[in-house]
Design a protein. Structure first.
Length: 538
């Protein structure tokens, strides 16, 4: 991978119905239905809405054999009205459902964490599914999620990027052993830094093993509204900037068709970098792109020196006579300028770029400073001309997010000369929150919903937010069912999880502390739980 010049990673081609993935095929956009899979009319209608909005794959949950069989009916009814877009079955826990689904749809997603821990049992169960898929020309997605590793992987690695990679590689070795090629990989987490680090590590491990399978990208349980879009663009955008990713899903707790324009805008923005003017740069000696360690800078005022990154406005640049802000770009970093930034301890550098690949050029400038041993505090600046607020949110989140997750930046600045009216300070604080570098509000981790969801997610999230939004520094998960419960919400402080129709279970961390609370009383009980644990602030 070239850190400075954009090019897509070349992956193998996977055949998924009439829409191949990987190789030089376009980056595919997909979404997932949130209606019950057994409700054929609703499933067909929602699939059509997604397809007409631009979904190139449509996923349905298949929690049991009945739902898996009904995927065949959904497939046939879509075919009858002229929609051949591939369908994907999402399987958890149920090997029998996976075997049935493989005979009905074009792709089956399995979670290695749901398989038996014993290697020989894994080989037996998984190879049986591969044989069915091979016979029926169905593809497989191996989908590893943070927080749902098998007991054996947890015992050996803990809940770590290394454990997620090892889990995935174990199943890929079985695919190679069975000579099964139509395999897609996803490694997801709600924590953007974990997600990006794990995918980068996984790609490195694949390369060492002579593998080049295509990758599905997503930040799981990203949430909804602006925060969900920021978090998704930070995580997915950082990897797309690296050239990694063959298909993406933006997982929002909203109607699935709303995910698709967001994903398309994000992909199109990153693809604008194709064929850009080359950037001449070399990685700093000893730099490890996989480590994602924060760059060490000296302190000037309250900026740098390990302080959380700041958000600056134009007027802030004139507010401290003891600090000198120096605008820099890659082309301005002569030896004399680097020497000045190194020796004048009152300086703070403001790095910007007008290049078509701004992340690559800003990386190049930072590596120039690293190579020279220059520890000047660094403000990252971007200037946009956007007319649409949603587009501005995605572009800024992708640009700043990639650099922040690399470990670069002691602060952020941005301007917009277009008509898009947006609170830039709020946006930049949201980007810092999404990277977990500075926490200024409650983080809501919420699943996008599927046919397993046991309550109305959108209205419930709104109620939970209204009751807790004044809190700072907490992570609250709102999950539709137990499958996306204590495992998938990973590092949340509190969890609100569907336990049955009209029933909610509450979690403190990964421990269930109250079961089967009537839904109408659950938000008040959540507030009480937060107060009981000393985390409530009025």
């Amino acid at each position: 991978m070239n850190l400075f010049n954009y090019s897509r990673r070349l992956s193998s081609i996977v055949h998924i119905g009439n829409t191949p993935l990987g190789g030089d095929n376009p980056i595919r956009i997909q979404s997932m239905a949130n209606v019950p899979t057994i409700d054929t009319p609703a499933a067909v209608a929602q699939a059509i809405r997604m397809i007409e909005t631009g979904a190139e794959y449509v996923r349905f949950t298949a929690q049991g054999e009945r739902e898996a069989r009904n995927l065949g009916r959904i497939r046939r009814e879509l075919n009858q009205v002229g929609y051949a877009t591939p369908l994907v079955a999402d399987i958890h826990f149920n090997a029998a459902a996976a075997a049935i689904a493989a005979q009905e749809v074009e792709k089956v997603r399995i979670n290695p964490g749901n398989y038996a821990s014993e290697p020989e049992r894994i080989r037996s169960q998984f190879t049986a599914l591969l044989n069915i898929c091979k016979e029926r020309h169905a593809a497989i997605r191996i989908g590893v999620n943070h927080g749902s590793l098998s007991g054996r992987m947890m015992e050996r690695y803990g809940d770590t990027p290394e454990g997620m990679v090892a889990s995935c590689m174990e199943f890929l070795d079985l695919c190679r052993e069975a000579d099964f090629q139509d395999v897609v990989i996803s490694i997801k987490a709600s924590h953007t830094a974990v997600m990006v680090k794990t995918v980068r590590l996984f790609v490195s491990e694949m390369e060492k093993s002579g593998m080049n399978y295509p990758l599905h990208l997503g930040v799981t349980e990203a949430g909804e509204g602006e925060d969900g879009r920021i978090k998704s663009a930070v995580g997915i955008g950082a990897l797309l900037a690296d050239g990694i990713g063959d298909t993406i899903r933006v997982s929002l707790s909203e109607a699935p068709e709303k995910e698709i324009p967001v994903a398309r805008t994000l992909v199109n923005y990153l693809l604008e970098r194709e064929g850009h003017t080359p950037i001449a740069a070399s990685p700093a000696p000893g730099y490890n792109h996989l480590a994602m360690e924060r760059r060490i800078s000296r302190q000037a005022g309250e900026i740098g020196g390990g302080h959380p990154p700041v958000v600056l406005r134009e007027e802030d640049l004139k507010s401290s006579p003891s600090i000198r802000f120096v605008p820099i770009s890659l082309n301005s970093l002569t030896d004399d300028v680097v020497r000045l930034l190194s020796e004048d301890l009152s300086t703070i550098a403001i790095l910007s770029s007008n290049h078509r690949n701004p992340v690559g050029e800003m990386r190049a400038a930072i590596h120039r400073l690293l190579s020279a041993g220059c520890d000047v505090p660094l403000i990252l600046r971007r200037d946009y001309r956007e007319e649409d607020p949603g587009t501005l949110i995605l572009k800024a989140s992708a640009d700043f997010g990639a650099l922040l997750l690399d470990g670069f930046g002691d602060g952020l600045m941005m301007t917009n000369q277009g008509a898009a009216a947006i609170n830039t300070e709020h946006l930049l604080l949201g980007i810092l929150q999404a990277t977990r570098l500075r926490i200024t509000r409650t983080e809501y981790i919420s699943c996008p919903g599927c046919g397993r969801t046991l309550y109305d997610l959108e209205t419930t999230i709104a109620r939970v937010k209204a009751a807790t939004t004044q809190l700072t520094g907490l992570k609250i998960a709102v999950m539709g069912c137990i499958v996306n419960g204590p495992g998938e919400m990973a590092d949340a402080d509190y969890g609100y999880v569907g336990a049955g129709p009209g029933k909610i279970s509450l979690y403190k961390g990964k421990h269930c502390v109250a079961k089967n609370i009537p839904e109408e009383a659950a938000v008040d009980r959540l507030v009480q739980l937060v107060k009981e644990n000393g985390d409530w602030k009025d």
